[in-house]
Design a binder for this molecule. Sequence first.
Ligand SMILES: CC(C)(COP(=O)(O)OP(=O)(O)OC[C@H]1O[C@@H](n2cnc3c(N)ncnc32)[C@H](O)[C@@H]1OP(=O)(O)O)[C@@H](O)C(=O)NCCC(=O)NCCS
Length: 184
Amino acid sequence: MDVEIADLSEAVLEHLPDWSSHGSARDAGCRFCLYWEEPDRAKWPEPLHEREALKREWVRRVTAEFGVCGKLAFVGSKAVGYSQFSPPAHLPNVTSYECGPPSSDAVFVACLFVVREHRGHGVGSALLRAVVAELSSRGVEAVETLARRGSADNPSGPLGFWLKHNFTVVREDDEFALVRQEFA
Ligand SMILES: CC(C)(COP(=O)(O)OP(=O)(O)OC[C@H]1O[C@@H](n2cnc3c(N)ncnc32)[C@H](O)[C@@H]1OP(=O)(O)O)[C@@H](O)C(=O)NCCC(=O)NCCS
């Protein structure tokens, strides 16, 4: 499968994957998701245009302060995968995890998502390679995420995926693990 990776910017925000094939009435798609950015707005539904405006503002601010903070995976003209990352200070919900928070020297991968019908064909791995290449070339010390044990139902997916990609466990609890990859 030919996968093309693009940087996140305000211009491509409308292409972020939607969740319509995932069977959840409350979920509309990555461009409306404020799980990490605005923990007090976790309750759906809210007017989607308000959520999108907040997401857009987050992307604008973090891109200006930090640089590129996400990647999209396209198959043809459709974005089938998305990953978002930034210093943890831009993602207040990281403090709500028992095995967190992420280290202050690391960039936190908030989500890694591939639409269901495109999973298992290397899209997630291609996205993660692009994220790691981007961050290591920018002089970042390390990258971390909160992976879920025994379940893929998690913003960045299951622990097994991250361990296969050379991440190691920093701290863990019964459900989640903070995992890290250091750049030499
Ligand atoms: C995790 C995820 C991104 C992986 O994407 P993908 O495109 O299916 O990944 P790949 O095809 O590149 O697979 C990479 C490897 O990880 C492995 N893998 C995938 N899920 C795994 C799991 N639950 N446990 C162990 N390994 C797993 C695959 O077997 C594959 O290994 P292999 O190359 O040795 O065969 C995808 O499954 C996903 O989006 N999950 C849901 C995450 C989610 O809900 N995010 C919410 C956002 S709000």
